[in-house]
Design a binder for this molecule. Structure first.
Ligand SMILES: Nc1ncnc2c1ncn2[C@@H]1O[C@H](COP(=O)(O)OP(=O)(O)OP(=O)(O)O)[C@@H](O)[C@H]1O
Ligand SMILES: [Mn+2]
Length: 598
């Protein structure tokens, strides 16, 4: 009996001990788990702080530069006050992210959201744009270094002080703009001289200077792309008065399916009325306008190898990507372009007053709404532009100021192609061709030659063979930047490079120092052009539909960038005056750059 009792009590003791140990184990496990979790938190924050340490150093450098540089800009009354020089770039980025976000459907938002996370994690683009090479102190601008400026209307002049008196070269912009389309039922505008009341397109126009088309740090840029991407479409048509005036056709240019007229030694410029391929002029509230190019082929479609460059389709994504590339290269010479999904029925067909165009609408056998418009190439039933069934991807380029306000000069490129199937251009036959160009005005003075070479580099990177002309603003004479308009035929081929586009560089062996340094920067793994471009294009509303450039096109950019740097290097091996030093006097920049590139 006693023994039985003893066994029972021993058992219950064992049981108690087992329970106790179990409880202790559970407690231990719980404790470990919570310790592990708290250990994770600081580790992640420390990693993020370490990654942010790079931008922090950069920001310090940038601020010191912008401090020294902001005064001339601030002292100029022409500079729009909405452009603080030391504005945090990420504010602009956030704004742009919001812009792209606006346009997206729920599914797309998730996708874009993911992208934004990535961008916030470590943005190569942001770090690039903080680099001193992208924040060179701006040139001191005089009154006539601005393309346009507002003059108060008569009422405003009497109300305001007389400070505007004596500035007789001002353009009476308000009255010009108001008379342009008043009778078409545009919204009543209430602009004053105060910049805050100006629509984004007007601020863009007022920000154009002798040396660049826009200031990359101007928050208005994001507002402009947002405006073009979101505003109600009020009008759509092919009647592009101002586009026609500066559009050119080359005699002997081969039309698809037709025999070329290869007569005449000289390339003749002929005015045309509306461009060679389908494009529309879209109008928005408050007089804003944009040049629309429609999507005609899938993003990855490569140009047929048997097509001549002048027979190639124009691509909407090429226009968008060219804007981003030009900006990433630090040129700022392409008007802002944004992607948009439009409804061909409600946003073109039903609102257009262009009867010739509206007669070209039809419903395809697949039930999609299509049209082909009126133009020289690819405007026929065989080459329709179609919605799905109504929705169409397009690019919208901000329009430059009207030619009546800001006339432009069109220049033949000395390295233009022959636009013939059989003839070679002069530069193709004469390897010393650049010697002639170098001694011919305007290429014998100032930055014109290196600016042209910048354009050739841009074109080589995106494989654009269609740069027959370039334009400048008449007002600035020869001392000004070159407009890189019309990039629709870029990015046609990713598997091949076209060395002939780079001939201005290889024949002249000349490049500006700032361009070369930025190209070198973009070839470093920490920046890498393809990564910067992928990120930059991710800000476009259409990135939510599909990436604007295929991976193959993005890696072609890196490959071609390496070729450009290689070409410069072989120039340096054979010549002494390859680099045009446009950074003279930028002492601070020079010391920072030497640190990076020794
Ligand atoms: N953003 C813009 N704002 C104002 N005008 C523009 C803009 N973009 C282009 N243009 C003008 O429109 C003309 C025609 O546009 P674009 O060159 O894109 O058409 P295209 O059909 O390719 O013409 P081309 O066959 O001459 O190359 C250009 O030469 C230029 O003068
Ligand atoms: Mn063109």
């Amino acid at each position: 009996m006693m023994r039985q009792n003893l066994v029972r009590s021993t058992r219950s003791i064992y049981l108690c001990l087992a329970c106790l140990s179990l409880a202790l184990h559970l407690l231990l496990a719980f404790f470990c788990f919570s310790v592990l979790q708290t250990a994770c938190v600081p580790s992640s924050s420390s990693s993020s702080s370490s990654s942010s340490s790079i931008p922090r150093t950069d920001r310090r450098q940038r601020q010191s530069i912008s401090h020294s540089s902001s005064s001339p800009a601030a002292s100029s009354s022409r500079k729009l006050p909405t452009i603080p020089q030391n504005e945090e770039h990420h504010k602009l980025l956030n704004q742009k992210e919001k812009d792209s976000f606006w346009d997206a459907t729920e599914g797309e938002k998730k996708q874009i959201g993911g992208l934004i996370q990535k961008v916030k994690g470590r943005s190569k683009l942001e770090v690039l744009f903080k680099h001193p090479l992208y924040n060179l102190p701006p040139q001191v601008l005089q009154d006539d270094d601005w393309l346009l400026r507002l003059k108060a209307t008569t009422e405003q002049t009497s109300e305001k002080d007389s400070e505007e008196e004596g500035k007789d070269d001002s353009i009476d912009a308000d009255s010009d703009w108001q008379s342009a389309s008043e009778e078409e039922g545009y919204e009543k505008v209430a602009w004053t001289k105060e910049v805050e009341t100006h629509p984004p397109w007007l601020r863009f126009h007022l920000g154009i200077s002798r040396w660049e088309l826009y200031d990359r740090k101007d928050p208005n840029l994001a507002q402009l792309t947002h405006y073009l991407a979101r505003q109600r479409v009020l009008g759509a048509g092919e009647q592009m008065g101002q586009v026609g005036i500066t559009g050119w056709r080359m005699e002997g240019k081969t039309e698809p399916g037709k025999a070329s007229t290869e007569r005449g030694e000289t390339v003749e410029e002929v005015q045309k009325t509306g461009g060679t391929q389908l494009k529309l002029l879209m109008s928005f509230p408050n007089y804003g306008q944009a040049l629309l190019k429609p999507m005609r082929q899938s993003r990855d479609a490569e140009t047929d190898v048997n097509l001549f460059y002048f027979s190639d389709f124009e691509r909407h994504n090429a226009e968008i990507a060219a804007f981003h590339l030009d900006r990433a290269l630090g040129f700022n010479r392409i008007p802002p372009v944004v992607g948009r999904l439009i409804n061909v029925t409600s946003e073109i067909r039903e609102i257009t007053t262009d009867h010739r165009m509206s007669r070209t609408f039809f419903t395809s056998p697949a039930g999609n709404v299509c049209f082909y418009g009126q133009c020289e190439y690819y405007c026929s039933t065989e080459h329709p532009v179609c919605g799905q069934p109504h929705v169409l991807e397009v690019s919208l380029a901000a329009m430059l100021p009207d030619l009546s306000l800001a006339p432009r000069r069109s220049w033949r490129s000395p390295w233009r192609r022959s636009y013939s199937r059989t003839k070679l251009a002069k530069w193709e036959k004469d390897s010393a061709y650049c010697d002639t160009v170098k001694h011919t005005p305007p290429y014998n003075h100032g930055t014109r030659l290196v600016d042209l070479i910048d354009m050739a580099i841009l074109d080589f990177l995106m494989s654009n063979m269609d740069r027959h002309h370039y334009e400048t603003f008449e007002k600035f004479g020869n001392e000004t930047f070159l407009l890189h308009l019309d990039n629709g035929r870029a990015f046609g081929r990713h598997s091949q490079d076209e060395p002939s586009i780079l001939v201005p560089l290889t024949q002249c062996c000349r490049i500006s120092r700032s361009t070369l340094l930025r190209l070198r920067l973009l070839s470093l793994p920490g920046f890498r052009l393809s990564d910067v471009m992928r990120e930059s294009l991710g800000q476009d509303p259409l990135a939510g539909v599909a990436p604007l450039l295929s991976e193959a096109n993005l890696s072609a950019l890196d490959r071609r960038l390496a070729s450009v740097l290689q070409a410069v290097q072989s120039c340096q091996e054979h010549h002494t005056d390859v680099i045009y030093n446009d950074l003279e006097g930028y002492d601070m920049i020079n010391s920072t750059i030497t640190d990076i590139f020794v």
